[in-house]
Design a protein. Sequence first.
Length: 342
Amino acid sequence: MNKNLFTYKKSGVDINAADKFVKFISNSSTNKKGKKKFKNIGGFGSITSIPKNLKNPKLVACTDGVGTKIEIANELNKFDTIGIDLVAMSVNDLIVQGAKPLFFLDYISINKIDLNKLKSIMRGIFKGCKISNCELVGGETAEMPGTYEKGKFDIAGFAVGIVDEKNILKKNKIKRNNLILAIPSSGLHSNGFSLVRNIIKKKRIKIKSNKYLKKELIKPTKIYVNEILDLVNNNLLNGCANITGGGISENIKRVIPDNFCASIDLKKIKTLKIFKWLKKNDISDKEMLKTFNCGVGFCLIIDPKNLDKVKSFFSKKYKPYIIGKILNGSNKIKFNDKINWW
């Protein structure tokens, strides 16, 4: 064989390594009884049945990534939770309209296939899908030499959910004097990490040697699917908002109807230690509110009479609490007082 011939492998793409990774995913999708948990892995396309118990089913689709939280995972060489983040970022958006996650696909692009790293990422994706009762139906892994630096990668997720038309959470369900509840976040979730990393760089902080940051910055995003769908199925929700990119100030506005205002009492927010740490690094309140969740991972808008019932669906750690109410107004959102950071 002529050693001077060009090959894909010599160009930096190893098809055999990719095949091994697909085999790992396929094997991981089979339980101990030999039954497939993820039935479509390895094919060209994925086929999924639409549930038959819905009279007027509507599909809802979302896509997202985890931003530069990936760089934290790289620095700590810890990749088993970043996949949970990936699933969470899409399914937490789906449920805002009352949709049940139906299936999920992932996309991983990397400079060179590293089986251990990719397997670790996939274990997180498996776990995220399990938590949200969402079927992993396929994905794509792209080995892209020359596009990424050594060891670098990116991931994206795609989720499709389904909701009966009568259960769609529309803005017109939100009424004056509805309560706004905050569900605690698990931490930073997957937003604002470019600012976090800039602070770490400017302060010359070594994450690996900082026990608190090492644990906190890689903590996975809380998945709210089961609790929110319980509320939807029991007709206890008028609206909700996933507090993701844009923080508290931008995300709540997205679900408020015209001529109404979300009046938020900031001093009622139960912030977390990580946000107190960030606040100490010369970040204004305004910047904090439009960048981070500040301890509020998800917001609910409900009738006051349903408050106790709504709370009963949550564990103590993620018990929702009142932070405001819906009033007449044209500003969509109004902040009262200031967050009590300390």
